[in-house]
Design a protein around this ligand. Structure first.
Ligand SMILES: [Zn+2]
Length: 228
C-alpha cells in the first residue's frame, strides 16, 4: 500500500485514515466514550498505526496516533497505544492478508457476543459481506485472563479461525465471547464497512429469529452473493 511514497509520508496518511475512522465510529453510534479502536498496517515496513488509549474522541488529533512494530515496540508517538493493541498485533501476525482492524462495542453485535452465539447467515445482506456464520470465540479461562488478556484474546480469535478452517478474508469479523466484535479488511475503508455491517446483520438476525426460527442460508447461495 502506497509503496511509491517515502515511509514518513505514508505513515502520516495512515494516521489520518485511523483518525478519521475513529471519529466515524463515534458519529455512527458504534462506540461511546473512549471505547473502540482502529488500526492499520503497512505490510512493507511491518509498521502498525493505532489509536491511543484514554483520549476522548473530541480531543483526538491525527498526530496522537501511535506507530508500533509487530512486536509492540513503539516507533513513533508519545501516548500509550490502545489497550487492545496486543489483540491487533496477534491478528496482523497471523492473518497476513488483512490491512486494518476495528474493534467496537456496537450494541447488537455485542449482545450476540455476550450470549456466546455466532451470528448465523440468515439472508443476502449477511451473505454479501460474510461468507458464512460470524463465529463467536470460546470464553477465556482465568489463567489466560491473568496472563495477558489482550494477547490471549488475539490467540483465541486466531484459534477459532484455524480450528474451523475459516478464511479471515471471507469472514472478516468475529465476536469475542462476552466482549464484542473485531472486524478487519484489506484496508481501513473495508474494515469500517464490515464494522457497520456486522452491527446491521446482528440486529437483523436478532429480529428475524424473534419472528421465526428460520434456518441459515445454504452454502451455494452464500457463495453466489459473497462480494470477494
Ligand atoms: Zn472492547
Amino acid at each position: 500500500m502506497f509503496n511509491e511514497y517515502p515511509l514518513h509520508v505514508m505513515l502520516e496518511n495512515l494516521k489520518h485514515q485511523v483518525y478519521k475512522a475513529s471519529l466515524k465510529l463515534l458519529e455512527q453510534g458504534l462506540v461511546i466514550y473512549t471505547w473502540g479502536n482502529v488500526s492499520t498496517i503497512d505490510r512493507t515496513s511491518g509498521l502498525v498505526v493505532i489509536k491511543p488509549t484514554a483520549v476522548s474522541y473530541e480531543e483526538l488529533i491525527p498526530a496522537d496516533m501511535v506507530v508500533l512494530d509487530l512486536e509492540g515496540n513503539i516507533v513513533e508517538g508519545t501516548l500509550k497505544p490502545s489497550t487492545d493493541t496486543n489483540t491487533h498485533l496477534e491478528l496482523y501476525r497471523n492473518f497476513k492478508e488483512i490491512g486494518a482492524i476495528i474493534h467496537s462495542h456496537s450494541e447488537y453485535a455485542t449482545s450476540w457476543a455476550q450470549a456466546g452465539r455466532g451470528i448465523p447467515p440468515l439472508g443476502i445482506t449477511h451473505a454479501n459481506f460474510f461468507n458464512g456464520e460470524i463465529p463467536c470465540t470460546h470464553p477465556l479461562g482465568i489463567k489466560q485472563v491473568e496472563k495477558d488478556l489482550e494477547l490471549e484474546t488475539g490467540k483465541v480469535i486466531v484459534n477459532t479461525f484455524l480450528s474451523k478452517n475459516i478464511d479471515p478474508m471471507r469472514i472478516p469479523g468475529v465476536l469475542v465471547y462476552g466482549h464484542g466484535p473485531f472486524c478487519w479488511g484489506k484496508d481501513v475503508t473495508s474494515a469500517f464497512d464490515h464494522t457497520v455491517v456486522i452491527e446491521k446483520v446482528a440486529r437483523m438476525a436478532y429480529r428475524t429469529l424473534a419472528l421465526n426460527n428460520v434456518s441459515p442460508v445454504e452454502k451455494d447461495i452464500l457463495d453466489h452473493y459473497f462480494f470477494d
